[in-house]
Design a binder for this molecule. Sequence first.
Ligand code: NAD
Length: 304
Amino acid sequence: MNPNYCPKAKESAPQCDDFVPDVRRAAGFPLLCIVTRPENHLARLALMPGRFEGKRGLVLGVANKRSIAWAIAKRLADEGATMAFTFQGERIEANVRELAESVASPLITPCDVREEADCTRAVSEAAQALGGLDFVVHSVAFAAAEDMEGRFIDTPSERFWMALDVSAYSLVAIARAAEPHLVETGGSIVTMTYLGGERAVPHYNIMGVAKATLEASMRYLAWDLGSEGVRVNAVSAGPVRTLAARSIPGFPTMESIVAERAPLRRPIDAADVASASAFLLSDDARNITGTILYVDSGYHSMGM
Ligand code: NAD
């Protein structure tokens, strides 16, 4: 089999999750039927069954099957984890229920992270339903679409703080609620960030400021919780096509630039973020905390 071709592609190329022909074309690849990362199907086979056997976690941030949180949850379920899920708003409830039930989740509960009481209740319900908590996946962010269209300088105060509240403070609120449970198990938290928190990325605007706050919060939480054996880390993902990504006007450019200029010259997908997150949450990373793991084909290391 030619490893440059998706094994599923022969029968159902357009349905293949990894089929992103326009990105590859933008990067100068003439092939019609290629995958974002040929190894993906093989990588999925290379699971480590049992690594999360008996581990219990809470996953925040699944909106649909394209969500990074869902890719992480699937990966962890494949490795033996049992998880509770939160969802925000009735609009996505049915979606999240269907996905969560497919991995035999014992709890699917609403949680708007802007409400601290909601965070506390969701964490406590999860710990109760699961009989304890070994990990938390925080994969939540929001900024108003208009603030990513125009200039950062025009962001009004109310929407500035709203973006920071949802996208950064929520990690602090969730960590505080989860602390007593994670201390019991020597557990771990992982959150999702993006290079726009360190560098100015056109259109990322207020979300970049929120990611900078999220990353700093992750480090301070790692310090606070480290003495209790609890680890806190972040994955900095390259562009992945999701609901949240669709609201960034410059997203297609972000995608094609990574495919063109990253050392590996290929885009990443949600499964890549999932395997890095699983590593950080696992005992394999027992002495790793307060760190950012880049999953971006190496793009962050470039100067041009
Ligand atoms: P997504 O839209 O699937 O996930 C975002 C989630 O945030 C949704 O489930 C949404 O319901 C939730 N959310 C928004 N406001 C909320 C609130 N008030 N309370 C509770 N939940 C709320 O998109 P995604 O791309 O999977 O995003 C997940 C994380 O990954 C985000 O932190 C995002 O910034 C980060 N990230 C994404 C990319 C990318 O290219 N997609 C790259 C780097 C980092």
